[in-house]
Ligand binder design. Structure first.
Ligand SMILES: Nc1ncnc2c1ncn2[C@@H]1O[C@H](COP(=O)(O)OP(=O)(O)OP(=O)(O)O)[C@@H](O)[C@H]1O
Length: 297
């Protein structure tokens, strides 16, 4: 089943095309990472999906509701959680008052359980909250009515590593219980860690849409070779090696060819150690943000 479907979704602000015919689906029960640098168009997509702004053209559905159908969207939103980029809570209200407000609108059957997990302060005004505590309150708010779909704009920004870990573990648990999670990020390692699939957006255009494993697989292998003695990099390298770096007797590179060919090549050298691993998504990401235009994959 499809939780979110975008078809040629387009939003223009004057000369700027913030979303340019963006088309993709998010399946029920997956964690989908929406990745792109600042200004790529992530927040615009999220605001379109929630009906907070209107598309210039194209459309989308969330939980089956057309975003242009105000009534259907309002009904669907009873089953959607939203963690905005800027929480926009009334600063003089306490955390408890904010949660009470959302509880009256949508329910709060999971409030106690979520407070136990994320424990934001509840009795002081929001204006005195740290950035991390604002996020924690926002997460409780987004999940407390037990929604089927949760849309989050950069959910871990400003969280310390411990809180990030708690958040990732929580998201995986929610996904395993059947909740669909869509979140935007410009932090590659976080997407790599928790997402099942990723869409990459650049300058308003979707440039890649892939299973995370496929994306990593297409990036070749990250190889480190420790040679017994220094070699001339130019004679050692083959056309399948990219981003080659040599320090003393250690050569590091990304290998884009067949593994057997690499092993055959290495047999010709006296080698102390070899390490072959999966590349970091960051390295793959660089290819999408190079100068060359990239077609959607
Ligand atoms: N209300 C607006 N009026 C004019 N231009 C806008 C408006 N909102 C967004 N934009 C422009 O649209 C483009 C996409 O912005 P958007 O906020 O969607 O990007 P983003 O990927 O969410 O970035 P960030 O990670 O910085 O939040 C940017 O060029 C931005 O300046």
């Amino acid at each position: 089943m499809t939780a979110i479907e975008l078809v040629d979704l387009t939003k223009r602000y004057g000369e700027t095309t913030a979303n340019d015919a963006v088309t993709f689906d998010v399946g029920s029960g997956e964690i989908f990472g929406y990745l792109g640098p600042n200004g790529a168009g992530k927040t615009t997509t999220i605001r379109l999906l929630l009906g907070l702004i209107k598309p210039t053209s194209g459309t989308a559905t969330v939980l089956g509701a057309d975003i242009r159908d105000r009534r259907a969207l309002t009904e669907a939103k009873a089953n959607i959680g939203y963690l905005p980029d800027d929480l926009g809570f009334e600063e003089r209200l306490t955390g408890r008052q904010v949660l009470d407000h959302f509880a009256r609108m949508r329910g709060d059957e999971r409030r106690a359980e979520l407070l136990d997990l994320f424990h934001p302060p509840l009795e002081k005004p929001i204006e005195n909250y740290s950035h991390g505590n604002r996020r924690m309150l926002g997460i409780v708010q987004a999940f407390m009515h037990d929604p089927d779909l949760v849309i989050m704009d950069e959910p871990t920004s400003g969280l310390d590593p411990l809180k990030q870990d708690r958040m990732y573990a929580f998201l995986e648990g929610e996904r395993d219980a059947g909740t669909t999670i869509f979140f935007s990020s410009h932090i590659l390692s976080e997407v790599q860690r928790v997402c099942d699939r990723v869409g990459i957006i650049r300058e308003g255009k979707l440039v890649a849409l892939e299973e995370i494993d496929d994306l990593l697989g297409r990036g070749g292998k990250d190889v480190r070779v420790q040679l017994a003695e220094p070699v001339d990099e130019e004679t050692f390298r083959t056309p399948e090696m990219i981003d080659v770096e040599t320090v003393d007797t250690t050569v590091r590179f990304t290998y884009t060819g067949e593994p057997a060919a690499l092993l055959e090549h290495l047999v010709g050298y006296e080698i102390d150690d070899v390490d072959i691993g999966d590349p970091q998504l960051d390295d793959i990401f660089k290819h999408y943000y190079g100068d060359e235009p990239v077609e959607a994959g």
